[in-house]
Design a binder for this molecule. Structure first.
Ligand SMILES: *Cc1c(COP(=O)(O)O)cnc(C)c1O
Length: 378
């Protein structure tokens, strides 16, 4: 992190690191070349379009969850643009067709309603399936295979009459998982939907593959992709979000004040609720530079945000020395699901965005102000 402490940027700011990003991108490119598959950026995790000209050298395109992401991908990234939506809107559909190469539908009814128009516009048409195979526990909000899920078509709801309209199948069931979870999922996919795969041009394995994590078994992934390509003669897509920017960004903040109520509580100039809502939503404890678990180092403190939400708490951490006003606190692994989810609750400013290039030079890419708050209100 040397260099991040430079005082020339006003906190809080997101810092995205090119060297770390490129390390991820090289690994993804190796996988796509070795496996013979295409890898797309899932923009819902990371849409910092300043980086798209770099990402384009490594990835085949983007995937979008909605109209604006599709447009951003088409205009700023290029390559292939894929779109999935649980339910398309009639008034947006024609515009979406201008941006998308692949349109993935969630239900047979949506295929019936829209697929013909997509085909006539020359687009590839896919159906998202639900293999009903949960491989994660305790995180129902991130499990599209949980009971009563609205995401994907179950085998029971599959309609063979639609097969002539379909170019491909899509599933997305993983979240921050390894190749072992994919293996279990693929077994369920093949058992249930294998008979339909023979007639398809492609299979999209969705996101949630933590390919750039140290312990991820890329050989197993490559083996599975090759198996799919050889068995079903399909083109294979992966569309990770997290894995593209894993460990490639920071959120740099400053201590505004330390209060005491049973324990020391440091008020930062960044907020969990506004700048890293997944900390509360998921919930999870973000890594913080030079810190330990509570009690592990000499000084334990609660890190909290400056909003009036009582629960705007990042977590309890320990440091070698007491935190004091003006100290910098660097939250780690903050490129994913942060910038795309920030909000201005309480009239909080959005963090600026800073880029550190491979040569160590830091550049302010974007700063936000009052207008960004006001423009969303009336
Ligand atoms: C969220 C999502 C992704 C990306 O997931 P990550 O966990 O960020 O890799 C890809 N595809 C679809 C359909 C998604 O909903």
């Amino acid at each position: 992190m040397a260099g991040a402490e430079k005082k020339s940027f006003s906190t809080p700011y997101f810092l995205v690191d090119e060297k770390r990003l490129v390390k991820n991108l090289e690994r993804l490119k190796q996988v796509s070349e070795a496996a013979g598959c295409k890898i797309l950026l899932a923009q819902k995790a990371f849409s910092m379009f300043y980086t798209y000209s770099l990402l384009r050298n490594y990835l085949a395109g983007t995937t979008a969850s909605g109209l604006y992401e599709a447009r951003l991908g088409k205009e700023e990234f290029g390559g292939e643009t894929h779109v999935f939506s649980p339910a398309y809107r009639e008034e947006e559909f024609e515009e979406l067709l201008q941006y998308a190469d692949h349109m993935v539908f969630n239900s047979p009814n949506q295929v019936r309603r829209y697929a013909k128009r997509a085909k006539e516009a020359g687009k590839a048409v896919g159906l998202r399936i639900n293999p009903q195979c949960s491989t994660q526990e305790g995180h129902d909000i991130y499990d599209p295979c949980a009971p009563f899920s609205r995401l994907g078509t179950t085998l029971e709801n599959f309609d063979e009459e639609l097969l002539p309209l379909l170019d491909g199948l899509h599933f997305h069931t993983l979240c921050e998982q390894g190749a072992d979870a994919l293996e279990i999922t693929l077994k369920a996919v093949e058992e249930k939907f294998g008979k339909y795969l023979y007639g398809m041009k492609w299979l999209n394995l969705g996101g949630g593959h933590h390919i750039t994590r140290e312990d991820y078994d890329t050989d197993a992934l490559i083996r599975m992709v090759k198996h799919l390509r050889e068995t079903y003669k399909v083109e294979v897509y992966l569309e990770p979000g997290e894995a593209v920017v894993l460990q490639a960004g920071f959120l740099v903040s400053e201590v505004l004040e330390v209060v005491h109520n049973g324990m020391d509580i440091a008020l930062l100039d960044t907020s969990a609720a506004c700048h890293m809502p997944d900390v509360l939503e998921m919930p999870y404890r973000p890594p913080v530079k030079d810190s330990g678990l509570p009690g592990e180092k000499a000084y334990t403190v609660r890190l909290a945000g400056p909003t009036c939400l009582a629960g705007d708490v990042i977590g309890d951490y320990s440091f070698d020395a007491p935190l004091k006003e003006g100290d910098l606190v660097v939250l780690e692994d903050m490129a994913l699901y942060t910038m795309v989810k920030t909000n201005t609750f309480n009239g909080m400013a959005l963090p600026d965005i800073v880029w550190r290039s491979q040569d160590g030079e830091m550049k302010l890419v974007k700063s936000f102000g009052y207008e960004d708050f006001k423009n969303r209100l009336s």
